[in-house]
Design a protein around this ligand. Structure first.
Ligand SMILES: C[S@@+](CC[C@H](N)C(=O)[O-])C[C@H]1O[C@@H](n2cnc3c(N)ncnc32)[C@H](O)[C@@H]1O
Length: 314
């Protein structure tokens, strides 16, 4: 399998050492990996060329991915939402008119990790064990949040996307039977995230038959909007990978066989593994060029392990 790696300057080399001069070639490969800022690299893809986009951007304020164009380190939720929607404007340009976007997004809290209360308000602390948090709490307080508030990032994002012209078609709840334990005493443990389904147009490609579920009497039923999928802990990287089972229905319903799935926040390349396992092509964009080997390994692993289907609705 030919895995292409393109640099931000569009000088492209494949991992077998050859050179590829024509960026249009990427659409004819099973897997293309572009390394750099997706905000810039999306512009290099042809308009109306991608069937479906399946992706999970970094959480707001959670992690560092060691590159300059990192999404998620903005001072405020408003800035984060605007930056993410700017990138999604680029996705909309490359999606075919009947294309869909499936975006996994989680929420957070206006929390005081890394801060202690003083007479003047909240001060940074070097308290041992405190989560590294470069975000200035004051920025969130100025934005109108109170300490302990849910940030509401997913819905702020969804409504801004709607405002920019996307059709917001569904909020799918990813229910996690094995969530991260939380040391909290005045609320429930968080055990879900969202997958938002957006379309570019009023009518769009959606293969419902491909994701119908079997009822107890043997008849076929429409899938429901709460998907229960365990979090899989992927040991090969430090970032949050989503489980292949979670995104398989998105790819089966959103992209025809032989079509192209895009992931502008590729991480370990789960999207490409599931796409290729299901006879689709994949175009990945990842800011951190060090992940390319990891992506190639994970893609081969998922595509090689293919037991059809990966996902079963309850
Ligand atoms: C949550 S991870 C994606 C995980 C992925 N779904 C998987 O299963 O492995 C988000 C990824 O987005 C990348 N990223 C952040 N900002 C980016 C940008 N501006 N352009 C391209 N990639 C970016 C990060 O380096 C990180 O690998």
């Amino acid at each position: 399998m030919l895995h292409l790696v393109l640099t931000p300057k569009n000088i492209s080399v494949d991992t077998n050492g050859g050179c590829v001069e024509n960026i249009a070639n990427i659409m004819s490969n099973k897997l293309s990996i572009l390394t750099g800022d997706c905000n810039v690299l999306l512009d290099t893809l042809d308009e109306n060329s991608v069937d479906c986009c399946v992706t999970s951007p970094p959480y707001f304020g959670l992690r560092e991915y060691d590159h300059d164009f990192q999404i998620g380190t903005e001072a405020t939720v408003t800035e984060f939402v605007n930056n993410l929607c700017d990138i999604m404007d680029g996705v909309r340009r490359v999606l075919k008119p009947d294309g869909t976007l499936w975006l996994n997004i989680g929420d957070g809290y206006c929390n005081t990790n890394g801060y202690q209360r003083s007479k003047k308000g909240w001060d940074r602390t070097a308290r041992e064990g405190a989560q590294a948090n470069d975000r200035d709490l004051k920025d969130l307080l100025n934005e109108g949040y109170k300490v302990k508030d849910v940030l509401g990032v997913p819905w702020k994002f969804a409504f801004e996307m709607q405002r920019r012209g996307w059709y917001l078609r569904q909020d799918i709840v990813w229910s996690k039977p094995n969530p991260m334990p939380e040391n909290v005493f005045d609320r429930c443990t968080k055990s879900h995230e969202f997958i938002f389904l957006f379309s570019k147009s009023h009518k769009y490609y959606f293969d419902l038959a491909a994701i119908k579920t079997q009822s107890s009497d043997g008849s076929l039923a429409n899938p429901r909007s709460v998907w229960t999928v365990p979090v899989s802990r992927f040991s090969g990287a430090h970032f949050a990978t989503y489980p292949p089972e979670l995104i398989e229905p998105c790819i089966l319903a959103g992209c025809p066989e032989g079509g192209t799935v895009l992931d502008p926040f590729a991480g370990s390349g789960t999207t490409a593994g599931v796409a290729i396992a299901n006879n689709r092509r994949a175009v990945l964009i990842e800011a951190n060029a060090n992940y390319v080997d990891l992506i190639n390994r994970r893609v081969d692993e998922i595509a090689g392990l293919k037991a059809n289907p990966l996902f079963t609705f309850e």
